[in-house]
Design a protein around this ligand. Structure first.
Ligand code: XMP
Ligand code: MG
Length: 183
């Protein structure tokens, strides 16, 4: 079982399966309220946001449509630079649409800041952001994130879509990675 194998790779569980489900349900309730009279297009950012997308979209009671984008941000090591490349673009025309970007985590905020500007240039009615997790660095950027599940300490986390070297995405919880794994 992966969850037994990874125990020694993790310092602690940051968000249990139950806490994630409650947080996602709370986000969905806010989104339902704010978009009661609008059709919203959820834009998931691959690959990290797939779990949030799958659970959030099913917790939302309003009509939604979904699309996905994949981007890569260049930077030294684990830090993103804000220079972003589109690996997979949307298939949806955003003209007049209410767009909600769905992300797993905001760290520096540089990637999302670029993405929001990019989507805004395509003529949508609105572009907002929903992120399950936010690190303190993100608070220093200009980016306005309308929906945040939880603010977390500045530690590297994995699970529930979040990876280290493509591992751990399928954990049902979010855990803090032990430094011995990446150093
Ligand atoms: P920025 O800094 O542009 O980058 O907000 C956000 C992206 O960086 C990745 N990231 C993480 N991935 N655990 C991860 O698995 C983390 O703790 C972490 N912090 C940042 C992630 O891809 C996110 O979309
Ligand atoms: Mg990501």
């Amino acid at each position: 079982m992966i969850e037994d194998d990874v125990r020694e790779d993790l310092l602690h569980v940051l968000m249990s399966k139950e806490e994630i489900q409650q947080t996602v349900a709370d986000l969905a309730a806010q989104i339902d309220r704010d978009y009661a009279d609008k059709d919203v297009l959820l834009v998931g950012v691959l690959k990290g946001a797939v779990m949030v997308m799958a659970d959030l979209s099913r917790a939302i009671r309003s009509h939604i449509t979904m699309d996905f984008m994949a981007v890569s941000s260049y930077g030294s090591g684990t830090k993103s630079s804000g220079v972003v490349r589109i690996l997979k673009d949307l298939e949806t025309d955003l003209m007049g649409r209410h767009v909600l970007i769905v992300e797993d985590i905001i760290d520096s905020g540089l990637t999302l800041s670029w993405l929001k500007t990019n989507l805004e240039s395509r003529g949508p009615a609105s572009v907002e952001i929903c992120a399950l997790l936010r690190k303190p660095e993100a608070m220093k950027t200009e980016i306005d994130v309308k929906y945040v599940g939880r603010d977390i300490p500045n530690e590297f986390v994995v699970g529930y879509g979040l990876d280290f070297a493509e591992q751990y995405r399928n954990l049902e919880f979010v855990g803090t990675l032990a430094p011995h794994v990446y150093s």
